[in-house]
Design a protein around this ligand. Structure first.
Ligand SMILES: [Zn+2]
Length: 278
């Protein structure tokens, strides 16, 4: 198994043999010449490049009387200088590579930090966006609920006539709102129609609505009903047109308010507590 790693001083990888060809033979030359041994008989074809080079130099030395060929010496020196130069270049290249590597490491770290920051920023932005969306949804729901739960007047363009209390020795548990026949009668808020039809007790065309808070309104003496039992109604929705049907002395809306479907309470007070002033 040949030894593949080179443990000695560094040589340029591109031209490993040049140093051997010139540097080593010149070193050997001194001892060869000093020892009186001159390689001059061997044929050039049988020699290795190193030996051939040595032979050439030796022949020159022999021919010139122990003086080395100046060109060969200069070439060897140039090669040594070249080798040093190459070592310097390698050293420089190593410095550059180490520097570049450090720069690359630094750049990678910076890029990683920037990416982490960007990801954090994006996450924060998404969180803020989600929070804003959630808040917008919440606000919209709150607005929708407020809209659904608002209270409105049963009719517009009316005159308050008989109020809540005893009238002609008899309890009148309502507020009468005199208005022309055919006036729009509105649902007071969101609710469900629990009765819509002809009353057998003198209320004429009669509609009862149970609202979202459990309160039930009675609206009587209508000329025409527009809703039926079980129908969902919204605040201000027209549920009837006013009239004077049933036990009535003139066109008006007879309005009763029954909280929790219980006993009637004064409509003006109850509505005023909900922001509706009649
Ligand atoms: Zn009445």
């Amino acid at each position: 198994m040949p030894k593949t790693s080179y443990a000695g001083r560094h040589r340029p990888a591109a031209k490993p043999s040049r140093g051997r060809q010139f540097v080593v033979p010149v070193a050997l030359l001194s001892s060869t010449v000093a020892g009186g041994l001159v390689i001059r008989d061997a044929g050039a074809s049988e020699l290795s490049p190193e030996a051939a080079a040595m032979k050439n130099v030796s022949n020159s030395v022999a021919g010139l009387g122990l003086t080395a060929d100046p060109e060969a010496v200069t070439a060897a020196a140039a090669n040594r200088a070249g080798a040093r130069s190459s070592r310097d270049m390698v050293r420089d290249a190593k410095t550059i590579i180490v520097g570049a590597s450090q720069t690359a490491t630094q750049t990678a770290a910076e890029a990683q930090a920037a990416a982490a920051k960007a990801a954090a920023d994006q996450a924060a932005a998404q969180k803020a966006k989600a929070a804003a969306a959630a808040k917008a949804k919440q606000d919209a729901a709150a607005r929708a609920l407020a809209q659904a739960h608002r209270w409105v007047s049963p009719v517009s363009g009316y005159t308050l006539t008989s109020g809540f209390g005893f009238r002609w020795g008899k309890m009148h548990p309502a507020q009468d709102l005199a208005c022309p026949v055919g006036s729009s009668v509105h649902s007071l808020s969101s609710g469900t129609v629990v009765f819509a039809g002809r009353s057998t007790e003198g209320y004429g065309n009669f509609v009862k609505i149970r609202y979202w808070d459990g309160t039930v309104s009675w609206m009587a003496h209508n000329s025409r009903l527009l809703v039926s039992v079980g129908e969902q109604v919204s605040p201000g929705q027209i549920v009837a047109y006013s009239g004077s049907t049933g036990n009535s002395t003139g066109p008006h809306v007879h309005l009763e308010i029954h909280p929790g479907d219980g006993s009637a309470v004064p409509p003006l007070v109850w509505l005023a507590q909900r922001g509706v002033t009649l």
